[in-house]
Design a protein around this ligand. Structure first.
Ligand SMILES: Nc1nc2c(ncn2[C@@H]2O[C@H](COP(=O)(O)OP(=O)(O)OP(=O)(O)O)[C@@H](O)[C@H]2O)c(=O)[nH]1
Ligand SMILES: [Mg+2]
Length: 298
């Protein structure tokens, strides 16, 4: 577990990397669905995709999991819309059951068992609850709202009776110092520091708006506390209206801002809870994090 944490949260100052949304490939993004775990690609389509010219990989921008050597990575191993390489720990990513378990107001009230869990965090209104609903394909298992601040407690959802997804309250109301802003809720902080079963944090970032300082502060706080994270860009369907900038540009800018902070590029993925973009890919990534954790738990 410690090895994985150091891989996903290896924050260091300063060591530049080439982490930009557009720079994982120097060609076109590979076909969506190439690694969809639920729908294997038919032999004919597979053959056709191998025959197509392969874009050049920018290996320095990739998140390479344990069990994979960077020099052996091929385009087909990278999840579409992400920098995430799929390795030998990836497994069955399907969700067959999802049950709401409980809401807790304190870390010590959270379920006490040794099942692995993923925490979903981000600014209020970034789409945390919507992402959970999209992942489990249930409309309202997590409550959503147009008004920020809907989720006020730590909510545990049990998946396939074997692991948890946790919906946490959003941060981002106060205009205050970094430390004050990160103290968005003492119980949330307490949760991160005391939850031994935490496999990784999914840090959600709204791709429909330019980078926000508070998200960068949150990433830095997680990094300093050695908590593994995956950046999940939300609302990637919002290509029109808003403040005029497009998700791809916002993601690129965000990555420019964080790229000097990491020894190895952290995993990132583009999603939309409206269109389902990135759903299967994110679940596959979570399966490899989970399986690695299961196999290396101390
Ligand atoms: N277009 C679009 N809208 C989204 C997406 N995800 C969430 N939303 C909308 O964003 C709003 C906030 O979504 P929530 O899922 O409640 O956000 P949250 O992060 O859980 O918010 P809090 O619980 O208040 O912290 C809702 O109106 C959602 O419909 C997305 O991928 N695309
Ligand atoms: Mg919510």
């Amino acid at each position: 577990m410690l090895l994985w944490r150091s891989l996903t949260s290896s924050i260091s100052w300063p060591r530049p990397s080439l982490l930009t949304a557009a720079s994982v490939y120097r060609g076109r993004i590979p076909l969506y669905n190439r690694l969809n775990p639920c729908k294997p690609i038919a032999a004919g389509r597979r053959a056709a995709s191998f025959a197509a010219p392969q874009p050049e990989l920018v290996r320095e921008a990739l998140f390479v999991p344990p069990g994979v050597a960077k020099e052996n990575v091929t385009v087909g191993m990278v999840l579409p819309g992400s920098n995430i390489v799929v390795g030998p720990y990836a497994g069955d990513a399907r969700i067959k059951h999802a049950d709401f378990v409980k809401s807790s107001s304190r870390a010590k009230d959270c379920p006490k068992d040794d099942r692995p869990e993923f925490a979903v965090i981000g600014r209020s209104n970034v789409g945390k609850s919507s992402l959970i609903n999209a992942l489990v394909r249930q409309k309202d298992i997590a409550l959503t709202s147009k008004k920020p601040g809907k989720t006020q407690l730590i909510n545990h959802f049990l998946i396939n009776k074997s692991w948890y997804i946790v919906d946490l309250p959003g941060y981002g109301f106060a205009h205050a110092s970094e430390s004050a802003r990160m103290d968005w809720s003492s119980f949330t902080k307490g949760y991160f520091q005391n939850r031994d079963t935490l496999v990784a944090v999914l840090l959600l970032v709204d791709a429909s708006i330019p980078p926000q300082q508070i998200d960068l502060d949150c990433a830095n706080w997680l990094g300093r506390n050695n908590i593994g994270m995956t950046f999940v860009f939300t609302k990637c369907d919002k290509t029109k209206g808003g403040k005029g900038s497009r998700p791809a540009d916002n993601i690129k800018q965000f990555q420019e801002l964080i790229k000097t902070c990491y020894r190895e590029p952290p995993p990132w993925i583009m999603t939309s809870s409206v269109t389902g973009l990135g759903r299967d890919e994110l679940l596959l990534h979570m399966s490899q994090l989970r399986n690695f954790w299961d196999n290396n738990e101390e």
